[in-house]
Write a protein that binds this ligand. Sequence first.
Ligand code: FRU
Length: 490
Amino acid sequence: MPCSATKLEEARIYEAREGAAIPAEARPLFHLTPYVGWMNDPNGFCFYQGAYHLFYQYYPYDTVWGPMHWGHAVSTDLLHWEHRPCAIAPDTDADAKGCFSGTATTAPDGRLLLLYTGVQDDGNGGVKQLQCLAAGDGTDFVKDAANPVIGEDLLPDGGSCVDFRDPKIWYEDGCYHCVVSTRDAKDQGRILLYESPDARHWTYRTTLDSCHWEYGKMWECPDFFPLDDRQVLLVSPQEMEGSADGEFHAGFGTVALLGHYDKAQARFTREQVQTLDYGTEFYAPQTVLTPDGRRILIAWMENWATVNEAPRRHRWFGCMTMPRELFLQNGRLCQRPAREIEALWQNTISRRERLNGTAAYEGIAGRHTDLTVTLDAAACPDCRRFTLRFAADERHATELCWTPACSELLLDRNRSGSRRDIPHIRRVPAAPQDGKLTLRLVLDGECAELFINGGERTMAIRLETPAEAKGIIFTAEGPLQMEITHHQLG
Ligand code: FRU
């Protein structure tokens, strides 16, 4: 619908004034933050006309969630982001209560299509969520006169438009496809598949998967793509229960369902389920396929359960993870830092150390660093525990503590500067591979991302530690052989 555009213009004027006034030092170096105000989920992550575009759930006027707009940033290396004008605002009947999450794809005629959830009044004091289309040139978008393009009439039996959101669109074999999540009448999350010749007229094809009251209830923000010989369905479940083996923690989670997809029959066969990230802040990821064929993921680096208590220290709130490259190894979906980060490496130091006690090493410190520690566990059977403390000073430290006997890594950020009663401890299974355990820690100010064993498991962690706490301290209880590689990032 050609809309009044007032809300969009207002947002663009506001962010150009207020966002531009935020100094670069008040932001992480390469983790994307909103232009100004609030950010949640990544949206519309795509490669379009020679650059990566990342949109996001956005409320420019405050650092708390509000009527959802889509913010917009572009980058050629996934690390240096340039803010672009707000892409869409909640300014039509179909999305008056918010432009919720969605995705983007390029139409054969070269336009960029955004498929997103429009939230509107249901006329009975509640709201409904239906799917809307907008098309544009990568900066300005026009909403479709037929919105919502996926309405209530296209919900299968049991589906509900109270929870019906977060479409993932792609174009393949001359046809548009999208998956959308819903919560059915029996309170379980389901992933629905739709097809369309033109992205405007859709038909419901099938239910690809549902949670069966395992892995949470409502499944938010699906992504669905092939990776090597497997098909991956990513979902972010609400209300997960923790599991005894440490694979799943309670609350908001992000889960990868791995399996096979029979395109002709539109049948997804799920074979394995795993957590995608074991940290304290990670949700609603989206992926993009790079021109050289890599599948890159970015997630919202926050947690709905704790977000309202987090201190507001800047004119922005919320950020994205760094870009992570997905790959399969030993049947698991793994993630490593996108190789673009190597262009930021400076002052590289490599050392081999035999440690029994506590040490810090010259030049290995800072809050913008990429540190890899390889522990030779097989050669050091008498080492009882290894602890890495980072963002440390006399008062602060975030600890990673590995106990070989139980093959478990413990994250403890109780002394990271937080004064909040939120989860500060997470445990993650961490067994050596070929006798060695590798920890790669990427630090960007208040953002820490850990990659265990080359990316077998990951942890995204937000810190509230003052910038002056820069120490990195190694402790081995019992003799330990290790290799350290440290790069400053700049
Ligand atoms: C996930 C989510 C989505 C929704 C959006 C609203 O974090 O709840 O399901 O579209 O946030 O901002």
